[in-house]
Design a protein around this ligand. Structure first.
Ligand SMILES: *[C@@H]1O[C@H](CO)[C@@H](O)[C@H](O)[C@H]1NC(C)=O
Ligand SMILES: *[C@@H]1O[C@H](CO)[C@@H](O)[C@H](O)[C@H]1NC(C)=O
Length: 453
């Protein structure tokens, strides 16, 4: 009796959970265009066949549930962009999955890591007020602890404030925008005049100067990263928007030998001490490991090393001798700026052909690495078949040769069939082992796709 009751209860609970999950993420259709106007929507545009979309699905359900539990005004939905392709293309969906926050006439693209926390943070930031007031010193300190880069407008109503709001409506996808009165700021801050836009980062602050820094939007775009970063594929992709060259120490973070640690501190020092000279054109940082950078550059860099990337055209620069001091690094940067450093890579036709060959080669290598035997079958067998056929054709004029050839063909034909079977299995097997790789590839593709935009 009790067991049956418990089972019933369990069934009811599961039904409730299912119902709430279903309601947390709405499946959208044609009517969405009419119905969405009064609400803010976070939408996953997916294609039923796409692997990355399937991977996102459980995350997306969690996003839906959590947004609902938080009482967020943002509605979470998903739309099969292949069934409703005209709506999808109206929203500018070009790849799958595409995550967008739709707020009135504005559509904000999400391009960060596809994790629950990152997506929710994005939705809350973009859906919330464009400018967030900081009414007290306590509030300022609290917010400053949580944001490594903090933009604050200081002053009353002014044309600069209007400009600030305008820029925020575009760049809120990247960062928060705050406002405060002067007495809320820490004591060490002295502003030459009011109103002002200030960025707090790297333990200090910088004041926007219209004459020196150009328009506010590009200043904020340049300043929205810390002076020195731990760079990964996503960061590199994001940095592309700043138009800066990215100077990174490629090191092994776990290697405590002096070559690795020194290179990191050289770059850190240059970022800090030479900020005034270089920060308009350069972003500094380090990257752990050379796998990602090697596949991006199609090169074999040995670590530790320094590489400077031009993310807008895929060109890069390598020092012609080891960087052993701050002076070496400054010299290297100056060589790049005055055009004497040798350029490598690029996005020309030859580089694109190289990319195709490189990708094909890495696929073959990754199959061989994860399963050498199958690798032999997959790539060795066709060669074997071809040589046997050639042999058959060459020897066809000898006695009984024709029959032999037919027999051989039949035999190899059979084997080819089994082989195809194992190729599919192989792909299944590979999925897990190459998950990391495909993430890397995805990022790299993102970097490349972006160039087309
Ligand atoms: C650390 O780096 C040095 C110099 O590149 C290298 O010779 C050494 O083998 C590395 N040590 C480890 C534990 O990887
Ligand atoms: C980086 O690429 C852009 C776009 O091709 C180009 O205009 C710029 O001069 C390049 N920068 C350097 C330092 O080569």
């Amino acid at each position: 009796m009790a067991a049956a009751g418990r089972r019933l209860l369990w069934a009811a609970v599961s039904a409730l959970v299912l119902a709430s999950e279903a309601a947390a993420v709405l499946e959208l259709d044609d009517s969405f265009k009419e119905n969405r106007k009064d609400d803010i929507w976070l939408v996953d545009f997916y294609a039923p066949w796409c692997g990355h979309c399937k991977k996102l699905e459980p995350v997306w359900n969690e996003v839906g549930i959590e947004m609902k539990n938080m009482g967020s005004p943002v509605k979470v939905g998903k739309m099969d962009a292949t069934s409703y392709s005209s709506i999808a293309s109206e929203f500018g969906v070009r790849g799958y999955p595409t995550i967008k926050l739709l707020k009135g006439d504005l559509a904000y693209n999400y391009r960060g890591p596809r994790t629950k926390d990152d997506i929710i943070e994005f939705a809350n930031r973009v859906a919330g007020p464009l400018i967030r007031p900081l009414p007290s010193q306590l509030m300022f300190e609290h917010v400053q602890r949580r944001h490594r880069v903090l933009f604050v407008y200081v002053g009353g109503e002014s044309p600069l404030k209007e400009k600030y709001i305008e820029v925020a409506s575009e760049l809120i996808v990247y960062t928060y925008f705050f406002s405060a009165s002067e007495d809320v700021l820490p004591e060490y801050v002295t502003l030459p005049e009011l109103p002002a836009v200030v960025v707090f980062k790297d333990g200090i602050y910088f004041v926007y100067d219209e004459y020196e820094d150009g328009d506010l939007s590009s200043w904020i775009n340049r300043e929205r990263f810390q002076g020195y970063l731990n760079v990964d594929g996503f960061t590199l992709y994001e940095l592309g928007d700043t138009g800066k060259l990215v100077a990174i120490a490629v090191i092994d973070d776990k290697n405590s030998s002096v070559e690795h640690t020194r290179l990191k501190s050289i770059i850190q020092e240059v970022a800090k001490e030479y900020r005034d000279h270089f920060h308009r054109d350069f972003q500094f940082g380090h990257m752990d490991g050379n796998d990602y950078i090697n596949s991006l550059l199609m090169d074999e860099l040995t670590i530790p090393t320094v590489v400077v990337l031009n993310t807008s055209n895929q060109q890069y620069f390598l020092p012609d001798r080891p960087i052993e001091s701050i002076e070496d690094m400054v010299q290297f940067i100056n060589d790049i700026l005055d055009g004497t450093a040798e350029v490598q890579g690029g996005d020309g036709i030859l580089q694109r052909i190289k990319r195709i060959i490189y990708d094909a080669k890495s696929t073959v290598v990754s199959v061989f690495k994860s399963s050498p035997l199958l690798g032999c079958f997959l790539f060795g067998l066709p060669l074997g078949v071809i040589s046997i056929m050639c042999y058959g054709i060459c020897t066809a004029d000898t006695d009984g040769g024709t029959e032999e050839t037919v027999a051989t063909k039949k035999e190899t034909g059979d084997r080819e069939l089994t082989d195809e079977g194992s190729e599919e299995e192989q792909e299944e097997e590979n999925k897990d082992t190459s998950a990391e790789l495909s993430d890397g590839e995805q990022k790299q593709k993102n970097v490349l796709d972006k160039k087309k935009d």
